[in-house]
Design a protein around this ligand. Structure first.
Ligand code: GUN
Ligand code: ZN
Length: 444
């Protein structure tokens, strides 16, 4: 029996970077496409009329009328333990961390609690069309086990790690340089490269790690191939002033990380709202990436990320899109793009729909050095897909009838759309979420 599957509908993909080339040369669009999937991988994608003859006997395409098939979204910065305090009222970063975040994260000492939240989080990601995320767990190793176990259940490609903190947080959330190193090492042995899982060394941010802990994080990166690194950078003025006090010998916030060997390929710095030209140059030279987290930066009043300065073709820095839940206010990357457009507008720039969808898919994959397998509908790419319903709500259906180009339609989707617009999500070729399935929408 064949295991081939085929999806039919409108489809978009990318053949270039729309921050470097004209958008129309980067967007690939088929009005009526066939996506053929075999063994969890895309075997072919192109016009239905050309590919239908290649389908094995008996394979009937799953039809998605009034929908757009695209690569699954990538969320490059998100905290799963913060789901329980998303939308907490009233403060900027440092007070918000103390009042809400550090309180919620202490509950993840309980593996059962971690398991429940990880289960909800994974389903909420898939319901939002996100198939790969770079995720902060808590300081507790069991929070990482709970997360990867859930990712593995859905066979989703995920990147995550144990938070490292050895100062300036409640005692219950502190490890030490040695303990953080040992626990990370054990988690790397257990999860890194198992199935589709990747480990990410995760010092929370400079204020909560001593120099010894940052050095230990750098040692882990040196000792294992293909690890990722995530942390926070230049998010808020008070935070930046604090880093200056804590590390008076360093030239800048980013230099604190560079000194510990944390700035390189597969390093992802969240926020980067208040950056100097030298910081962008350092990231460019190192191949390090920034996560643009617009809903969070607006919610906490952190500031406006200068996207077009970051990706300046004279020294482009890789940029991905992050929700940063629970400071971010939605797990939907459509909502992140909605806010990213407004942030660009406030900095006198225009983010077009091609650039926006690229950021949420192929741009994220490039920032993570996973663009050989994620972010495109092309033969050999992982069949991680999101099916967007252009008639998901009465208003979307009404409005989309007035769109006369794919760019218009994508722009309206990112402005009006959210999780309701996700008709289905495929992970490694399996439909893991189907909004309209009778009974249970999730496969597991
Ligand atoms: N900086 C250090 N920790 C955090 C966090 O959990 N969220 C955000 N937005 N910024 C941080
Ligand atoms: Zn964050």
């Amino acid at each position: 029996m064949t295991t081939t599957k085929a999806l039919r509908g409108r489809a978009i993909s990318f053949r270039g970077n729309p921050f470097e080339q004209p958008a129309e040369t980067c967007l690939v669009h088929h009005d009526d496409a066939l996506v053929i999937i075999e063994g969890g991988v895309i075997e072919a994608c192109g016009p239905y009329a050309e590919l239908r003859h290649t389908l094995p006997d008996g394979v009937v395409p799953i039809e998605y009328p009034d929908a757009i098939i695209c690569a699954g979204f990538i969320d490059a910065h998100v905290h799963y333990p913060q789901l329980q305090m998303i939308g907490a009222y009233g403060s900027q970063l440092l007070e918000w961390l103390e009042t809400y975040t550090f309180v919620a994260e202490q509950q993840f000492a309980d593996a059962a609690h971690a398991g429940r939240v990880a289960g909800l989080f994974m389903r909420e990601l898939l319901r939002a069309g996100t198939t790969t995320a770079m995720v902060y767990c808590t300081v507790h190793p069991q929070s990482v086990d709970a997360f990867f176990a859930e990712a593995e259940r859905f066979n989703a490609r995920m990147i995550a790690g144990k938070v490292l903190m050895d100062r300036n947080a409640p005692d219950a959330l502190l490890d030490s340089a040695q303990r953080g190193y040992d626990e990370s090492k054990a988690l790397i042995a257990r999860w890194h490269g198992r199935g589709r899982q990747h480990y990410c060394v995760t010092p929370r941010f400079a204020p909560t790690s001593t120099e010894a802990q940052l050095d230990a994080a750098g040692a882990l990166l040196k000792e294992h191939d293909g690890l990722f690194l995530q942390t926070h950078l230049c998010e808020n003025p008070s935070e930046i002033a604090w880093v200056r006090e804590l590390f008076p010998a360093r030239a800048s916030y980013l230099d604190v990380y560079a000194h510990a060997g944390l700035v390189g390929r597969r390093s992802m710095f969240g926020h980067a709202v208040h950056m100097h030209e030298q910081d962008f140059c350092t990231c460019h030279q190192a191949g390090a990436a920034l996560a643009h987290c617009p809903t969070s930066n607006l919610f906490l009043g952190s500031g406006l990320f200068r996207l077009f300065d970051a990706v300046d073709p004279k020294r482009p820095v890789k940029v991905a899109l992050g929700t940063d839940v629970g400071a971010g206010t939605s797990l939907s990357q459509l909502q992140s793009l909605n806010e990213a457009y407004k942030v660009a507008a406030l900095t006198d720039r225009k983010l077009n729909a091609t650039q926006a969808f690229y950021l949420a898919t192929l741009g994220g994959a490039e920032a993570l050095y996973l663009d050989d397998r994620l972010g495109k509908l092309e033969p050999g790419y992982d069949a991680d897909l999101c099916i967007l319903d252009t008639r998901a709500t009465p208003l979307l259906g009404f409005r989309s009838a007035y769109c006369d180009s794919i760019e218009d339609l994508l722009f309206v989707l990112m402005t009006l759309g959210d999780d309701r617009a996700v008709r289905a999500t495929y992970v490694a070729g399996e439909c893991v979420y189907d909004r309209d399935r009778a009974g249970e929408a999730f496969r597991y």
